[in-house]
Structures are given as C-alpha cells and as structure tokens.
Design a binder for this molecule. Structure first.
Ligand code: FAD
Length: 225
C-alpha cells in the first residue's frame, strides 16, 4: 500500500489526487496546500473581457474538489528531504512518503518587468490577465473605459514560460470585438507584440489567427521579435 504525498492542490495536484484515489484505492494519500480556495484560471480571460462579471465564477472551495479518502494537510511544504523520502511542512511536521508528487505551479514574476509593479495592474490603462481574479476584473474595467473612445492598444506576449499562451490572443480578439460593439474600432489601433516569429507555436493556429487579424478593418498589426 503505497504512501503518496502530493505537494500543491492546484489543478495538477487535485487531478493527480483524484486519479490516484480511483486507481489505487489502497494507497495512503496526503496532499499539502495552505490555500483553501481553488482558482479556475482559464476563466480569468472571461472576467477580463466582461463576459463574466463576478470573481465567484472562477473560485471554488478546494474541499469540494478533493477525493474523500485523502488527508489534506492545510500547510505548505517548506523543505524536501529526498534522501530520507520526507517533506517538512511550514510548522515543522515531517511527512514520510514512498512516492512524492510536486505540483506547486508557477510563481508569477511581475516585479521582473522594469518599471511595473503589481499595483499598476488595473490602473491607467494597464491590464493583465494572469495575476488574480481581482486583477482580471480590473483589466475589464480598463478595457471598458478604453472602448468608449478607442485609442492605441498595445497587446503583449511574454517571452518567458507562462500560464496560457492563448490568453493574450483571446484578449486581443475580445478587445477587437468590444470596440466593434461600441463603434470605436475605427478610432483605434490594435498592435500585438510577439517576442517570437509567430504569435502561437502551433502553425495551423498561428496562420489562422494571423490571417483573421489581417482581414479586419482596420487590421490588427503584428510586430515580431
Ligand atoms: C489567464 C489564464 C488562462 C488559462 N487558460 C487555460 C486554458 O484555456 N486551458 C488550460 O489547459 N489551461 C489554461 N490555463 C493554465 C492553467 O490554469 C494552469 O496550467 C494550471 O492551473 C496549472 O496547474 P498547477 O496545479 O500546476 O498550478 P496552480 O493551479 O497554480 O496550483 C499550484 C498550487 O500549489 C500550491 N503551492 C505553491 N507552493 C506550495 C508549497 N510550497 N507547498 C504546498 N502547496 C504549494 C498553491 O497554493 C496552488 O494551490 C490558464 C491560466 C491562466 C492564468
């Protein structure tokens, strides 16, 4: 009967936990995460474009998503001791394991963008879709102000690993659509900046998006590299 410890109860940790619970009914399962809220992150694009108006749409209780036979330790992992097959929690509790799954997600590094702080997001025409449900909602508030008059929109794609490479594209399509609905598309320039030679790594998707953007009146301009 394996003793399995999962660190992180996000999408990956919960997915692994639920699958192992079904497939290994005799295993001892433990999951570590101090966070009690589950975030449905793909929904942030819908908040950030005014399709959904409440952060309730993207939050749930982690407790609702755990398998019933799991031991949820509501703390974070502080240290891994792989030579001893042990994890140390924030309070110093030591957990033994036969198998360890590390699923702690990505840490967002907005502070690494020169001149930007997290507090800037959702103010002065600056938006971002990744930071949190609240930031996504504030991003829609900025887009809603912008679409009243139109203007110049600078849409960016990060050059680093990121949570969703499609999100900047979705934001761009939706901005175009919101400006069309408001009647200010002709008063606006939308420019997309990609650090790569493409806007998406899958060629058929990339080509389709570029041809659609080029067909708009006015077109969405794309700047590569
Ligand atoms: C705007 C946006 C759009 C997206 N769109 C899509 C989409 O369309 N399709 C798609 O498949 N994916 C999409 N994603 C990506 C998807 O949300 C992520 O890939 C997914 O959430 C990653 O799951 P994860 O478990 O690795 O990380 P997370 O869900 O971020 O969870 C990590 C967990 O680890 C916990 N943790 C961190 N450190 C510790 C520690 N030391 N000890 C214990 N626990 C810890 C955290 O509290 C958190 O609960 C999108 C993401 C965003 C932001």
């Amino acid at each position: 009967n394996p003793n399995i410890v999962i660190v992180g109860a996000g999408v990956a940790g919960l997915g692994v936990a639920n699958r192992l619970s079904r497939q290994l009914p005799n295993a001892t399962l433990t999951i570590l995460d101090s966070r009690k809220v589950h975030y449905y992150q793909p929904g942030y694009t819908l908040l950030a474009t005014g399709v959904w108006s409440s952060t309730d749409k993207v939050t749930d209780d982690n407790a609702n998503l755990m398998p019933t036979d799991i031991n949820w330790v509501q703390e974070n992992a502080r240290e891994f001791l792989p030579d001893n097959n042990q994890v140390v929690t924030d309070s110093g509790t030591i957990l033994d394991y036969d198998y360890l799954v590390i699923a702690t997600g990505l840490r967002l590094g907005y502070e690494q963008i020169e001149g930007l702080s997290l507090d800037d997001l959702g103010t002065d025409g600056i938006g971002s879709v990744y930071a949190s449900p609240e930031t996504a909602l504030k991003t829609w508030q900025q887009m809603d102000i912008f679409r009243q008059t139109g203007g110049r929109a600078v849409m960016t794609l990060a050059h680093t690993d990121m949570k969703c490479a499609g999100a900047p594209l979705k934001m761009t399509f939706m901005l175009h659509d919101r400006l069309m609905q408001t009647g200010t598309r002709h008063d606006s320039d939308i420019e997309f900046f990609s650090p790569h030679k493409t806007v998406f790594s899958v060629p058929i998707v990339n080509d389709n998006i570029l041809s659609r953007w080029a067909s708009y009146d006015p077109p969405i301009k794309v700047n590569f590299e």
